[in-house]
Design a protein. Sequence first.
Length: 381
Amino acid sequence: MISEKIFVRLGNLYDVSGRVINFSAGPSALPVEIFPALERGIRYADAEIGVMELSHRSPEYEAIHADARERLRRLLAVPESHEILLMQGGATQQFGQIAMQFGPGAYVVNGSWGEKAYEAARAWHGDRVRRRTVGAPDYRESWSPSDGDDFGGDDRSGQCAYRHMTTNETIQGVQTREDPDRPAVADMSSDILTRRLDWSRYRLAYAGAQKNLGPSGVTVVVIEREFMADERADVPEYFRYGAHAKAGSLLNTPPTWSIFVLREVLRHWESVGGIAHLEAQAVARSERLYGIIDASEGFFEGHARPWARSRMNVTFRLPSPELTRAFLTGAEAQGMVGLAGHRSVGGVRASLYNACPMEWVEALGEWMTEFVRRPGSRVTA
Ligand code: PMP
């Protein structure tokens, strides 16, 4: 957790460019290259007004808004069959809104976030929601579409309005990189914009921006127009995707600053090579750390099964709580923050989102390698 302490200690917590090495699970680091644009955004286009002060109905803001949506479409290669919406409320609001609009659905649960999505759907539809659990209770497994489609009960998931999956389980560090075998609803909160997707396999995908796309406050929803046509009309307008689509995501006041920052982040990723570049980086970052885990002869124990490993959240344990504490304390002394595993899993979690530079991964890798060799590490183990 980035605490006040970190800001106070900023002077001695930094990488070579003077930044905290931030492995937080989200909100997380932004690409440093956009900071000058953000500073300019405080006073927009040299005018005596900043982006945050612009009316959301002004032509200046509308241009930013349209550009953010267009860049998302280009970078994610979203076809015209799907609408792109900028919403609020995070993935958590989507859990409920999807159920209210389209359910009952069938839920693949292979981690904590899938569990939450399922619970939200159950709150609305009760036992009519189907569930397939993969790898409980410690959730070290990913789900694969080839695992079959048995959701139990007297209903088959094929008769449900949709099948829901979580492509990357942020807490456990397990990921499904295979596109589903038939169109699904997917929580992509922690791995959107990190690999190519076949959009024909997704009816709806959603993600808060605060991990791979930008700051918190804006939620990206990609929804198939045909699917949207099936939504219920008997709920308040704000909860209907169609209403947001019709208004161009300007149904009410949007999070204008978050969308401005999102636009700057997208502009930056486009300029350095788009999704191919981001995917290659994600592979390189995660392979570096998994390589060290695998070479440690069991000193570092990965939480996810090797075939289920996430490129985004590398989760692992040390042989004892004392060694874990020593590892985390030593990391913090070198300027690395956000590494403590989620309390439900423990251990260490390194979140390696799009804006995490390779030099940060190298710093962590060096510390891991040094820590294994430290006198006392093996003894305590
Ligand atoms: N789903 C996943 C996979 C997540 O990682 C998170 C946030 N950590 C959420 C949902 C919840 O997102 P939000 O806080 O945007 O509601």
